[in-house]
Structure formats: C-alpha cells, structure tokens
Design a protein around this ligand. Sequence first.
Ligand code: T3D
Length: 262
Amino acid sequence: MKSSETLLVDISGGVMALTMNRPGANALNFEMIAALQTAFKQAARDLSVRCVLLTGSGHVFSAGQDLTDVQKAQGESYRAHLLRTYNPLIGQIRELEKPVVAAINGPVAGAALGIALACDLRVAADTARLVVGFSGIGLAPDSAVSLFLPLLVGLGRATEYAFTNEPISAEQALRWGLVNQVVLAGELNQLAWELAERLAQGPIQAMGLAKRAFNKAVLGNLAQILDYEAHLQDIAGKGAEHQEGVSAFLEKRTPHYQKAGS
Ligand code: T3D
C-alpha cells in the first residue's frame, strides 16, 4: 500500500507504521479515515505485517473529526457519517488479530481518542494530553469512547472526564490506566518502534486469539454501542448546542450554551 498525503505508511521489520499527517492538528477528514480503513484492511491480509503502529506527525496525535469539514458536510446525517467512517474503523482495529500500538505523540481528542483507545497498547509522550472533546462542541461520545472510557477508568471518572472536557496529562492517563507507558517525547518514536518490533517478533497468532478472547469477554457489545452512539450523535448533531460549540471553536471563543436554548 502506498502512502497518501494524509496517511504515511511504512512497512518494515514486520511493523506497519501509520502516521496521520494533516496540517491543523492531524484532524480526521474523510480521506484520512478512508486511508486508515484501507491500511487496516491490508494489515489484516498481508502476512508480512505482524504489528501496526499508529501515530501522528508533528506535535499532535490527532484532534479528532475535522471541524471545518463538519460545517461543510451539512448534507449527511451524523449517523450516516459514523456508519461509514469511525464505526467500521474501530471495528477493524478490534478485529485485527495482530497487535496494534498507538504512539500518542501529543494531544488527542474526540474520535481520535476512540481510535487510540481501540488500539491494544498505548505509549504516550510525557507532553501528550488526552481530551474527550465531544462535549466541548455539544456532542455525545462516539467512536466507542462511551464504552472504552468507563471500561478503562470506571464510570465515575469517565463521567467527570466527559462532562468537564478537562484535558488530562499523560501521567494522569497512566495513573488511570488509559495508557500503558509514558516516555520522554524525544524518545517516543524509537521506544514505540522497538515495542512494535518486539511484538511483531512474538507469537502473534496467540496474541490475536487473546485479543479475540478479550473482545468477547469485555467488548461483546461493541457493535451495538457504536450503533447506539451513532443514533445519539444524530440527535446531538442536530441540536443548537452543537451549532454553538462548533461556531465557538471556529471563531476561537468560549461557547455560550445557555443562549443555545436547551
Ligand atoms: O459524525 C460526525 O462528524 C461527528 C463526529 C465527531 C467526532 C469528533 O472527533 S468530535 C471532536 C472533535 N475534536 C475536538 O473538538 C477537538 C478540538 N481541538 C482541541 O481541543 C485542541 O485543538 C487540541 C487539544 C486537539 C490541540 O490543542 P493545541 O492547543 O495543541 O492546538 P490548537 O492551537 O488548539 O490547534 C492547532 C490548530 O489545529 C489550530 O488551527 P490554527 O489556529 O493553527 O489555524 C486549530 O484550530 C486546529 N484544530 C484543532 N482541532 C481541530 C482543528 N481544526 C479542525 N478540526 C479540529 N478538530
């Protein structure tokens, strides 16, 4: 598979390294999501790929959905959008019976947080910040964030984290169990690559079967939750709060939800 401008792909030593690469915080547009879906398809069928390593270029992992695209794509319902974008992608990551490592090189928000949480292991730079993001623009969690978050950090913390939208540091994410390791930002690429290579040299059939068992044990309702999130996002996406949240973000001002009429 060739790299595209939005997704750099490099396969060597059994590792497929995927780098999200867009100006403006590697925000996800349809082209990048489609490129990720294609890459995960290839990772599934290419026997030379034994591990996937996902990161972002520059100083941000990814800011989630490109909010300038959200304003342009008024024609498509959020449900339809999620059914062709994040929902299948999250499913692909969980169904890939090979290890998937996220190297979180900087801020991660929204759907990109869901993508990172769907990965098997997360290594974060000490400078990374994890942001739920959705409530910041008047949305409900999607991309299985409503499943992964309570699973990993407990319902109380997940609720507080989602409602307040306060970013958490890499160290706090480590304490909460959201990431597996925190390393110096300057060493992240090297250390994450070494981890991915080590995994690629291991018994990946056994790891794949372990992943299948974990999916069955704690993520048996993943497809249902993704579908329900799409339904809820359709409601939120039509609401005045979301309009106000996106306008405020693009105008770089504080949103005024009380005036948004809910
Ligand atoms: O079906 C559907 O479409 C609904 C699905 C939604 C899924 C979602 O992902 S919703 C959540 C969307 N994401 C967010 O709301 C996150 C918004 N961004 C942030 O919170 C922060 O930007 C970050 C924490 C990610 C990074 O903060 P920081 O301080 O490191 O960078 P910054 O200065 O805020 O951003 C850098 C640039 O990226 C900036 O542009 P500028 O001023 O340099 O021209 C900023 O506007 C741009 N940017 C950041 N996030 C997005 C974005 N541009 C487009 N879309 C974004 N999401």
